[in-house]
Design a protein around this ligand. Structure first.
Ligand SMILES: [Zn+2]
Length: 582
């Protein structure tokens, strides 16, 4: 950030918007916004920080974490090689830069994502660093400002990167509870797991001019729907029109807007804590923070799944998990539970058929059951949108979770979805924010939550029902940050590499048990659940009872605390300390 003599090739740069040849210095003086057409070029994290914070106030938080390749992931390149390349080309340790600083004199903690670093993807280290920035904000009692730029969760860290959505969300929930402001600034592009968690579950969501944000990317939506997308789809103005952001802000106004918001919310905040609040005197680096990772992980010893199941190839398991004969949520409601009374509707205008929920009894105890519903025939699958929930489905689930907490009912969720609905109207209705709100709410829900991955646990759509005190998984179910086909298309890049991707993603129940994402694997009879649904139901019921009953005695505040610890421990430190999988 010091002035150095620019190399020849850096003197000029071509605008991506209007193709004008621009003098680099002039462009930078204009905050990398084209003076001809107003195109906002993407900014790296260091430059973004320089533009936003008061000169001299910046204090970077530690960014070094133990090296992690929790899955030993290899596509056409081993993951560590990709990491090394990203570090060399950006000069950053990871895809986010965190700091404390002041903006117009207001102290804040910031986390700024950098799209140049593996597409700004959310892996364990990124999640851990943002969580620490949030915890720093909590300690200092300052607002948290997140600047997002990301393609989504980091495929190379599999379901562990999916867990980061919950980890960061619960850190934001803690700030909410403490009455501290959280602000996200969406910059181009913000997609997938980042959009469906901390980019949208903050108090205020600002979109930088020209930013695009959505749950599913335009290419995926076009592929799936086979339709042309509406003009300006997922752009900042589109988001504003559909009620998904508070405002669209030009880059030159961003600092001023943040100052105004920080000032307003600070003025209005009553002294809630017994200790009179005061200016944090200084923001000297507290490197000691680095060691402040709580909860030594309890190493998930490989559980004696009586008669360790024969090792099945991951791709075969994927096909098993998708088998049309596999019992659905409604089948389990019939066979495992009694007296199911279905409750419908999101109270905002729709009733999503891909999610069913309602009150039921489990061995005489009242519970709230919420699950994805697929079907066995093509007609059923179509009617249920293949178990892909719309925003209204997520909002129905949210309504039932909150209702359960009010009534003191435990929540049991049954997860079986290829992913959340990636359609145009789902985006218009705020799919990312709907998922994000569920994840955040589950991290603080004051009632026991027990989740079971029964079939496909597809990405953010699965996690929207799976932030739980205990997570069980049927033996032939899968749980993954992205479908093997999607992963293959991006990394290999050829969809026919899906079987290799399935293996690399570590999406089977035994793998996830070893990684600690899943607490218990529920074995299936003989070859698979669909061969003997009655026996599967019997085993599932026994596992549900064994896991639910102990939770009923835990006071709600303690439950929430333990749930938070459960998701907090997926940070990079833990993963870094672990040996890779066999
Ligand atoms: Zn231009």
């Amino acid at each position: 950030m010091t002035a150095t003599a620019p190399r020849e090739e850096q003197l000029w740069s071509r605008c991506a918007g209007c193709a004008s040849l621009l003098y680099r210095k002039r462009l930078r003086r204009n905050l990398d916004v084209c003076p001809e057409c107003g195109e906002h070029a993407r900014l790296g994290a260091p430059e973004r920080l320089r533009q936003l914070v008061d000169p001299g106030s910046l204090s970077l938080l530690p960014d070094r974490l133990p090296e992690a390749d929790p899955l030993d992931f290899v596509d056409v390149l081993p993951y560590p090689h990709r990491l090394t390349g990203a570090r060399a080309s950006t000069g950053l340790a990871e895809g986010v830069v965190c700091a404390t600083a002041t903006i117009g004199g207001h102290p804040v903690a910031l986390a700024v994502m950098d799209f140049r670093f593996l597409g700004g993807s959310l892996g364990c280290a990124v999640g851990e660093l943002i969580t620490r920035a949030a915890e720093r904000a909590l300690d200092d009692r300052t607002p948290l400002v997140l600047i997002t730029a990301s393609g989504g969760a980091r495929m190379q860290e599999g379901a562990l990167s999916l867990m980061q959505m919950a980890t960061v969300s619960q850190a934001i929930a803690a700030l909410r509870e403490a009455g501290l402001l959280t602000v996200s600034v969406l910059t181009d592009p913000t997609y997938g797991g980042v959009a469906a968690s901390f980019a949208t579950n903050t108090d205020l969501v600002l979109a930088e001019s020209g930013a695009r944000m959505g749950f599913a990317g335009p290419r995926v939506i076009r592929q799936i729907t086979g339709r042309a997308l509406p003009e300006g789809f997922q752009t900042a103005d589109f988001l504003l029109r559909h009620g998904q952001v508070d405002m669209v802000v030009q880059r030159r106004s961003l600092r001023g807007r943040l100052m105004a918001l920080l000032a307003a919310t600070r003025a209005g905040r009553p002294a809630r804590s017994p200790v009179p609040r005061q200016e944090p005197a200084s923001h000297r680096e507290r490197l000691a923070d680095d060691g402040a990772v709580p909860a030594r992980p309890t190493d998930p010893a490989v559980e004696g799944d009586a008669g360790t199941p024969a090792v099945r190839d991951a791709w075969d398991t994927v096909r098993m998990a998708r088998h049309p004969g596999r019992p659905t949520t409604l089948d389990y409601l019939d066979s495992v539970f009694d007296g199911f009374v279905e409750l419908h509707g999101d109270r905002l205008g729709a009733d999503c058929p891909a999610i069913v929920g309602g009150v039921a009894r489990l061995a005489g105890r009242h519970v709230m059951v919420i699950g994805h519903q697929k079907g066995h025939t093509t007609a059923e699958l179509v009617a249920r949108n293949f178990g892909m929930a719309s925003p209204s489905g997520h909002r129905k689930a949210l309504r039932l979770m909150r209702l359960a907490a009010r009534l003191g009912l435990p929540v049991v969720t049954l997860v079986d979805t290829p992913g959340a609905d990636p359609g145009v109207s789902a985006e218009e209705q705020g799919q990312a924010a709907a998922i994000a709100e569920n994840i955040l709410t589950l991290t603080v829900l004051p009632t026991p939550v027990l989740a079971v991955i029964t079939g496909e646990g597809g990405s953010g759509g699965a996690l929207a029902l799976a932030v739980a005190d205990r997570v069980l998984m049927l033996e032939n179910a899968v749980y993954s940050v992205i479908s093997p086909e999607g992963c293959a298309a991006i990394l290999w890049p050829d969809r026919s590499a899906a079987p290799q991707a399935a293996r690399a993603l570590r999406l089977t129940a035994p793998d996830l048990r070893r990684l600690g994402v899943v607490d218990e694997v529920v074995s299936e009879p003989s070859s698979a659940a669909h061969d003997d649904p009655a026996e599967t139901a019997h085993r599932l019921r026994a596992a549900l009872l064994a896991n639910l009953l102990p939770l009923l005695d835990v006071p709600p505040a303690m439950l929430v605390r333990l749930r938070r610890q459960r998701f907090r421990r997926f940070g990079a430190n833990r993963v870094g300390a672990r040996a890779g999988l066999r």
